[in-house]
Structures are given as structure tokens and as C-alpha cells.
Design a protein around this ligand. Structure first.
Ligand SMILES: [Zn+2]
Length: 137
């Protein structure tokens, strides 16, 4: 058991950016509006089908988190300025969103080439090539 990374710091890092620093060193910068649109509570996502009920256009560009409260050791509960308070963002989900939002900007990482196979040069042997050998080979 290695344990899941936990947030060690959460703060507003810009006008509409929320930063979470994780125990494993990862830094997540969230756009709070995107975060609000990514809410998976029963009011925003159909619990049975998983279909999103909330349309992105329903979320105003000026929505902001008003309070962020840690729930147990697994999630944050956010009170939004639009009155939405039922959203729970689990740490696991936030990590998923980090991968979704953080589009790599650099060149793709070089793939490590396969380790060179050590070719075994088999010594030809066993065959008798001596003409004066009486083995008949
Ligand atoms: Zn919601």
C-alpha cells in the first residue's frame, strides 16, 4: 500500500485559478469555472446514467468558490458563489481532472528505446571439418 497523494496546500493562485499542491509534489492549477462545470453531484450528473445534467452554459464565467472545506480525508466540499453547495470533489477526482486540464505543452517525451538485445554469437562448433579425421563427419 503506497497510499494516495493528499493535498498539502490549497489556495487561490489567480483571479479564477485554484492551486492544489499534493503530497507527491504534483501541482494542480484549476480553472474554477471549469471546476464548477466538472461537478459530479446528483444535481449536475445523473446518478444512474452518468450523463451530465449541468450544461456548461449554465455556469457563469464569474462563478467563484466562496468556501472550500475539507471533508474527511478524501474530498473537498465547495460552496460556490452561484449558490451551489452540494458539490463534492474527491481527491481522486481532482487528480483525474488535473490530467484532463493540464495539457502537456512540451514535446512528447522520448520513448525509451528497448534495451539492446545482447546477441549471443554462438560459436559454430561441433561439426567436424578436419579432412583427416576418421569420424566421417
Ligand atoms: Zn453539482
Amino acid at each position: 500500500m503506497s497510499g494516495n497523494p493528499l493535498p498539502v496546500e490549497i489556495k487561490q493562485s489567480g483571479a479564477r485559478e485554484l492551486r492544489i499542491v499534493w503530497s507527491d509534489g504534483l501541482v494542480s492549477d484549476f480553472d474554477v469555472v471549469e471546476l464548477r462545470r466538472s461537478c459530479r453531484c446528483a444535481n449536475c450528473v445523473d446518478e444512474l446514467t452518468g450523463a451530465q445534467i449541468l450544461h456548461p452554459s449554465q455556469v457563469a464565467e464569474d462563478v467563484r468558490p466562496q468556501t472550500i472545506r475539507q471533508v474527511g480525508n478524501y474530498a473537498f466540499q465547495v460552496n460556490w458563489s452561484d449558490g451551489h453547495t452540494s458539490g463534492i470533489f474527491t481527491f481522486d477526482y481532482l487528480r483525474q481532472l488535473t490530467e484532463t486540464f493540464n495539457t502537456p505543452s512540451g514535446p512528447p517525451a522520448d520513448e525509451a528505446g528497448p534495451a539492446a538485445d545482447a546477441e549471443e554469437n554462438e560459436q559454430a562448433g561441433g561439426g567436424c571439418s578436419a579432412s583427416d579425421c576418421g569420424c566421417g563427419g
